[in-house]
Design a protein. Sequence first.
Length: 221
Amino acid sequence: MRVASLFSGGKDSAYALYIAQQRGWEVTRLVSLFAKNPDSFMYHTVNIHLTKHLAQAIDIPLHFAETAGEKEKELNELKHILKPLDIDGVVSGAIASEYQRTRIEQVCDELGIKSFTPLWHKHQELLLHDQVNAGFHIIIVGVFAQGFDETWLGRTIDEQCIMELRYLHEKAGINSAGEGGEFETLVVDGPPFKQKLVIDEMRKYWHRDRGTLVVKKAHLE
């Protein structure tokens, strides 16, 4: 099975890639789309520029394209980048978003290939534990919901962090895996990686009750 893996550098796309590899599928391409619209319904945007470094770290060729990130129209860019690839299907890290899953399936149907969502409807907090236990090094690079403050930016997701996310779920109703857009992540190391991403320079941006951590410089080692 030859597949392309939709890849944002975040925890769920990296874990979906890992599961595909564990199943013995040949992941021949990583596919990343940079949405100019930070509120894109389809695509992760925080630190998406780092996918070029991460693809090199994982040692899988990256297909990278820009999209305006306009609702519905952004599917055309995905179709355009997938169409020339010699693949049987596409892997994505969708967990609970019907919007994302159905639209990826629509594109795949039009191209005559399969859509694979290995994380679909998995218990979301258990997924965090699985990702940590598998050896992924995940940091939080964006927070966008009540209950978070600036101290969350740059935190590594570990067992203590998961416990605090569970508390915020119980107190403020956030999705503990960030599936509702409450937070964004960056994977800097893990089982698929042949090198790790080392952050040399970063900057935090905070506005009222939300913020992002943007990596300015990084290298592989």
